[in-house]
Ligand binder design. Sequence first.
Ligand code: HEC
Length: 140
Amino acid sequence: MKAARGLMMMGLLCFGLNGFSQTAKPITKSVMDNGKAVYLSRCLACHQVDGGGVPRLNAPLDGASAVIAADKAKLIRIVLKGYSDRVEIDGEYYSNNMAPHADLNNQQIADVLTYIRNSWSNKASAVTAAEVKALRAKLK
Ligand code: HEC
């Protein structure tokens, strides 16, 4: 009887943990390290080490509403296609052109986006290579 109750508790615990891992997938150190490496080599020059950007030239990534938004497709599109729309971003305009970075592979794009979504003051869910792959196919 005791053993049966123990088994039931374990079952409940596993169920609970599984449910949790599906809603908030933990972000591993290797994803953040890989994302940081891409950031340092491909994004740093414009967006700066603190994600602050350059006033009126390069948009900041730290605290940017689009960077932490639930809609990850916009971010993936920006990295694949570049960005020079000159639209208002959080009340400011930026005059530089961001070139496409479509030569990065799906994992590198996923990791750099997960990195910028979870660096400085940002905190948001991870971007997966599968999400990048799906959008890359659609944009072709
Ligand atoms: C040549 C400079 C440059 C480089 C390199 C660059 N960006 Fe950008 N980025 C910009 C500019 C300029 C904008 C704003 C474009 C506009 O206003 O039309 C921007 C905008 C963005 C935005 C949208 C921000 C918002 O709040 O809407 C994201 C996300 C972004 N960049 C990510 C990246 C990532 C990730 C990399 C590296 C893979 C990168 N950028 C490399 C210049 C750059």
